[in-house]
Write a protein that binds this ligand. Structure first.
Ligand SMILES: [Zn+2]
Length: 327
């Protein structure tokens, strides 16, 4: 560590002056103090409340500051995931087993708030299942979790183009937690079971209306498809056919900047003509536990498909842009 000269003291912010002084006087004491500070960060009572306020990317960065904290991000999100599931399921562990067996995933705004730590609490959950498995999921939810019979949802004519085969909706009434002395009430929770048109549950997710919601939770981890943009609160529109009312205002209210595809400063991972894969370097993946679970994914997709209106990138400096030389 380099030690600054006396003349630099005036540049040290007041709150760091004492620390700076200690480093000057006794570097060994300073090292011991910093070790003690790290020791506190490794105590669950201290680091859990800190992690509760950080988004997924920052929790992962926190896990890098000391070797003893390496497992902390996974363990933290593992228990956070169970907390989320307990809002919908009496047996969170059992439900994760079903996710694992069917290679199904959870997606939608619930996952966005899970990774960004925004305080919106949705009353419904979107489950995505591989082709031919929706009825297995429905059977489990009604038999084990007490949900009512599934009802077919006919949301839009575009469903098949969005990679969606069918949508089933199940509801259940649960006891509302009320303050002491208050009257007990019930609230309705709802699960949409969305069956993919292929054996890959993730297929419909890459057809969503914008990049901020292209994330999913699987049985033992989470995958974020556009982390660079999402954690900067930027969401790029895809030109996929939308469900009837694209919910852009909802995300603008939550502080997301919604932009059109092909903006030059945003091209890169969201380049409309770039082929992406869920396991590529631009995606972010965190395994909560390392038990060899298969990570559901998709070999490739493009933000704007060939059959869409756009076949080229609008960014003039994009290397993927078609170049037509003048003769
Ligand atoms: Zn581009």
């Amino acid at each position: 560590m380099s030690v600054t000269s006396e003349s630099d003291v005036s540049n040290v912010p007041e709150e760091n002056a004492e620390w700076h002084d200690l480093i000057q006087r006794n570097p060994e004491d300073a090292a011991a103090a910093s070790e003690r500070a790290l020791h506190f960060l490794r105590i669950a009572e201290i680091h859990e409340p800190i992690l509760n306020h950080l988004n997924l990317r920052d929790v992962c960065a926190f896990g890098q500051i000391h070797r003893d904290l390496r497992g902390a991000p996974g363990a933290h999100f593992d228990s956070h995931f169970n907390t989320l599931l307990r809002r919908f399921f009496a047996d969170a562990k059992g439900f994760r087993n079903i996710l694992r067996r069917l290679q199904a995933v959870i997606s939608g705004s619930t996952v966005l708030s899970f990774i960004s730590r925004d305080p919106w609490e949705s009353r419904d959950l979107d489950l995505y299942c591989p082709l031919g498995t929706a009825h297995l999921m429905c059977d489990y939810l009604s038999e084990v979790e007490g949900y009512g019979q599934p009802r077919v949802v006919r949301r839009s004519a575009y469903s098949a183009q969005q990679g969606i085969g069918k949508i089933l909706r199940m509801k259940k009434l649960v006891d509302q937690v009320v303050a002491e002395g208050g009257e007990a009430t019930q609230r309705q929770i709802q699960i949409d079971i969305i069956e993919s048109i292929t054996t890959l549950a993730v297929e419909p997710i890459t057809n969503f209306h914008s990049t901020a919601v292209m994330n999913f939770l699987y049985a033992d981890g989470v995958v974020v498809l556009y982390p660079d943009l999402t954690f900067r609160r930027i969401s790029v529109k895809s030109n996929r056919p939308n469900i009837k009312f694209p919910p852009y205002p909802k995300y603008e209210q939550r502080g997301y900047l919604i932009v059109e595809t092909g903006y030059d400063f945003l091209c890169r991972t969201a380049c409309p003509v770039l082929y992406r894969a869920t396991h590529d370097g631009a995606s972010m993946m965190l395994r909560f536990r390392d038990n060899g679970t298969f990570v559901p994914g998709l070999a490739y997709w493009r933000l704007n498909p060939n059959d869409g209106e756009m076949d080229d990138c609008l960014n003039v400096s994009c290397p993927k842009r078609t170049f037509i030389p003048i003769a």
